[in-house]
Design a protein around this ligand. Structure first.
Ligand SMILES: [Zn+2]
Length: 261
């Protein structure tokens, strides 16, 4: 039975099962800093390796710019939506996917900053725009599409505790980690050149421990296990961006000086 895509309905139960919204920490660890300076103004990605993952493509109802596996996932989702929910598909629009910026009144980055979140309009309506209250309602068209997004590992923003962001869908933390583990996002360290004096992902030993201890002393949540893995790399990137250094995840002379004095 066709539905009225812009009818206001109660948010259905059972959405986002097994899916969580990815934290900035996870996104920084896996995809790195999108650009050196991030403000409240919407800007593009400048930093590798994220830049090499960004694509502009037609996903069916519109074109988007985002990371390749997320864009490919949208194509699959909208192909099914077109077939199963043509009345919803006909009303789809987007308010954007990739946009590197901070969240309003916060120093945190919006998840749109990594090109793995999308805002969707239905019949020109954006559910959640400027809304600060939890009214328990959303648009029928969004609710009808939510299972398709959940099946592909996207988290629906109506689940946010502070306000229901009904128009917003984002790649869930679990999906991001799976993509990272299976190589879908590429090898971050692959494109890098390191000097013998610098430390980066894959290194281990006493010098790595020394760096981890210095980061822990500065208040970063890090284990001093002597293994320079993806978590250490993410924290080095965080430290570098906190200290105006190039956030490349490599502990070279400048980062070492900032860390150890
Ligand atoms: Zn959004």
């Amino acid at each position: 039975m066709p539905i009225d895509p812009i009818a206001v309905i109660t948010i259905p139960a059972g959405i986002n099962k097994g899916l969580t919204s990815p934290s900035n920490k996870t996104l920084l660890q896996i995809l790195g800093m999108p650009r050196d300076v991030v403000t409240a103004e919407c800007r593009g990605v400048t930093n590798q390796p994220l830049k090499s993952l960004i694509t502009l493509d037609d996903v069916g109802p519109f074109r988007v710019t985002g990371i390749k596996p997320a864009v490919a996932s949208l194509k699959r989702i909208f192909k099914l939506v077109k077939k199963d929910l043509p009345e919803v598909y006909a009303e789809l629009g987007t308010a954007g996917m990739l946009c590197v910026r901070t969240i309003k009144n916060s120093s945190k980055l919006s998840n749109h900053s990594w090109g793995c979140a999308i805002d969707i309009s239905i019949g020109g309506v954006l559910d959640g725009l400027g809304s600060t209250k939890l009214d328990g309602k959303t648009l029928a068209g969004l609710a009808a599409m939510a299972p398709y997004f959940n099946d592909e590992g996207w988290y629906w923003g109506v689940g946010f505790s502070k306000f229901e962001d009904g128009m917003h869908f984002e790649i869930a933390e679990e999906t991001l980690r799976a993509w990272h583990a299976d190589g879908t996002l590429g090898k971050k360290a692959g494109a890098r050149t390191t000097t013998s004096t610098s430390l980066s992902k894959g290194d281990s030993g006493e010098r790595v421990k020394e760096i981890q201890r210095a980061l822990a002393d500065k208040g970063y949540d890090i284990m001093t296990d002597g293994e320079f893995g993806p978590i250490t790399e993410g924290i080095v990137i965080e430290f570098q961006s906190d200290n105006g250094l190039e956030p490349d995840g490599i502990v070279g002379p400048k980062t070492l000086k900032a860390l150890l004095g």
